[in-house]
Ligand binder design. Structure first.
Ligand SMILES: [Zn+2]
Length: 428
C-alpha cells in the first residue's frame, strides 16, 4: 500500500469543508471505562458499558435522530431516515462499545500527538512503553498528521471506540447534509463483542436491516469479508488415582498424559506461533487438572470449514497415540461449533464488498481485502441472516498499552461511509 501518494493533505477531499466531530468524540468515548468481563455471565457482562450506551443515545438525539433507544443489555439502536424515494435495502453500521479484558481500560488518558514527526513516542505514565516506526512501521504513514495514543498504563480503546466515533460523526454528517442521497440507515452499537457475546441479546427484528458493515478493522482501506471458521474442542483425560506411596503399577497420572499430548502437537505448522495469512491451527488454550483427571481446551481454526474436521482428526490421532501407552486411561473428545467464515454467506451478496470497493475508489483510498484471523460480530451476524463485512477504522496495536490510531484514518473512514451509502443509492 502506498497511500502516502494517494492521500496528500492538499487533495480536495469530499469532507474538507465539514467541521468533523470524530476526534473530539473519540477522545470523549475512550475516557469512559467499558471493559467487558468474561467471567460475569451477565448481559451486559459489565454494567459500566451502559454509561457509554446512555451517552451515545443522548448524543444521537442531539444529532437529530429521534427514534434512538437503548435496552437493558446495553445495545443502542437508531435510524437515519432515507433521503431518497428509491426503494432499497436497509443498511446497518455497527460497532462495539466494550474494550478488551486483556488490558486495563480504567482511567484511560488519551494523548493527541499533533503533527507526528516520526520520532519515538515514550508514553508518559510508563517510560518502558515506547512506540516507534521500527515496531510499528505503519506510523510512517502518519508523519505530518495527528495520532492518538494512551498514556502507558492502559489500552487506548480505539478497538472499537474508533468505530463508534466514526459512525457517530457519519450520522452527524448525513443529518446535516440532506443533499447526500441514501436509503434508510440503521445505527447499532453492541456490548460484549470482546468476550464473544456481542450478538447474544441482539434484536435483529427491531434492527430491521438487510445488510450491515461493522466498523472494527485496522489499516486504511482494508475491508474484511472473511473470518476463520472456528470450533472448540474439550478433551477430558481420565487417569487412575492411587496413594503416591503405594502407586506402583496402579496410578495413571492424567496430568502426565495431558503433558505428552501437548508435547506432541505440531510446532512448525498448525500452531498459532508458526502460521499466518490463510493457514489454520490447533491451539491449546487452557489446561487444568489433577492426577486423576485433566481437561484441555483447544481452539481449532481454519478459513476452510472442511479443514476443521481434518485438524480435529489429527488431534484425536495424537491423543489416541498417547493414551494407547497408558493402559486403563481413557478420554472424551467433545467438539463444539463456535463460528463460521462469513464469506460463505457474503459470497451470495458480492455487491456488499463491490460497493465498498467502488466507494473507496471514488475517494482515492486503497482497497485491501483481507481475511481476519479471528472472528467478529460480523461473522455471527452474517449467519444470523444479516450479511455483514468489516471496514477499517485505523486502530493499531489493539488490546495493548501501545494501542494507537491515526486521525487521518478515522476521518477517511467517515468519508468512506458517506460515499458508500451514496454508492448503494446510485447502484442498487
Ligand atoms: Zn473490536
Amino acid at each position: 500500500m502506498n497511500s502516502l501518494q494517494i492521500l496528500p493533505c492538499e487533495k480536495e477531499r469530499m469532507l474538507n469543508n465539514y467541521d468533523n466531530t470524530v476526534v473530539e468524540r473519540f477522545i470523549r468515548y475512550v475516557q469512559i471505562d467499558t471493559q467487558s468481563d468474561p467471567h460475569s455471565g451477565l448481559h451486559p457482562s459489565s454494567i459500566k458499558q451502559k454509561n457509554l450506551s446512555a451517552l451515545l443515545k443522548e448524543e444521537l438525539q442531539m444529532i437529530g435522530i429521534s427514534d434512538v433507544e437503548t435496552d437493558e443489555f446495553g445495545y443502542v439502536y437508531g435510524t437515519i431516515p432515507a433521503t431518497t424515494s428509491k426503494k432499497m435495502p436497509v443498511l446497518c453500521f455497527c460497532s462495539h462499545i466494550d474494550t478488551a479484558p486483556d488490558c486495563s481500560g480504567t482511567n484511560v488518558k488519551p494523548i493527541l500527538h499533533k503533527d507526528y514527526n516520526g520520532s519515538s513516542i515514550i508514553l508518559p505514565d510508563d517510560e518502558m512503553q515506547v512506540l516507534n516506526v521500527d515496531n510499528y512501521p505503519y506510523l510512517k504513514e502518519h508523519i505530518g498528521n495527528d495520532i492518538i495514543t494512551a498514556s502507558g498504563k492502559t489500552l487506548l480503546g480505539a478497538d472499537d471506540k474508533a468505530g463508534v466515533a466514526i459512525i457517530m460523526d457519519f450520522a452527524n454528517y448525513l443529518i446535516t447534509h440532506p443533499e447526500i442521497k441514501h436509503g434508510i440507515i440503521k445505527i447499532l452499537f453492541t456490548p460484549d463483542e470482546e468476550i464473544g457475546e456481542g450478538t447474544a441479546k441482539i434484536d435483529l427484528k427491531k434492527l430491521g436491516a438487510d445488510f450491515a458493515y461493522t466498523l472494527d478493522g485496522g489499516k486504511l482501506g482494508t475491508i474484511e469479508d472473511e473470518t476463520f471458521s472456528a470450533d472448540g474442542v474439550t478433551v477430558t483425560i481420565f487417569g487412575i488415582i492411587a496413594h503416591p506411596g503405594d502407586a506402583k503399577g496402579k496410578m495413571i497420572n492424567a496430568i502426565k498424559i495431558a503433558s505428552e499430548i501437548i508435547a506432541k502437537l505440531p510446532k512448525e505448522y498448525l500452531s498459532p506461533e508458526s502460521t499466518q495469512k490463510r493457514e489454520g491451527f490447533i491451539h491449546p488454550l487452557q489446561i487444568e487438572g489433577l492426577a486423576e483427571k485433566a481437561t484441555i481446551q483447544f481452539l481449532i481454526r481454519d478459513f476452510d470449514t472442511k479443514q476443521l474436521a481434518v485438524h480435529e482428526k489429527l488431534l484425536e490421532e495424537i491423543i489416541n497415540d498417547v493414551i494407547g501407552q497408558f493402559k486403563n486411561a481413557s478420554y472424551t473428545f467433545i467438539v463444539q461449533e463456535q463460528y463460521r467464515n462469513m464469506k460463505e454467506i457474503l459470497d451470495d451478496f458480492p455487491f456488499v464488498i463491490g460497493y465498498a470497493e467502488e466507494a473507496f475508489q471514488q475517494i482515492g483510498l486503497p482497497f485491501i481485502k483481507e481475511p481476519i484471523r479471528g472472528g467478529t460480530d460480523g461473522s455471527r451476524l452474517s449467519f444470523m441472516g444479516l450479511p455483514c463485512a468489516n471496514i477499517f477504522t485505523g486502530m493499531q496495536a489493539i488490546h495493548s498499552k501501545h494501542e494507537w490510531i491515526g486521525v487521518r484514518d478515522m476521518k477517511l473512514a467517515v468519508e468512506a461511509l458517506v460515499m458508500l451509502t451514496n454508492v448503494w443509492e446510485e447502484n442498487y
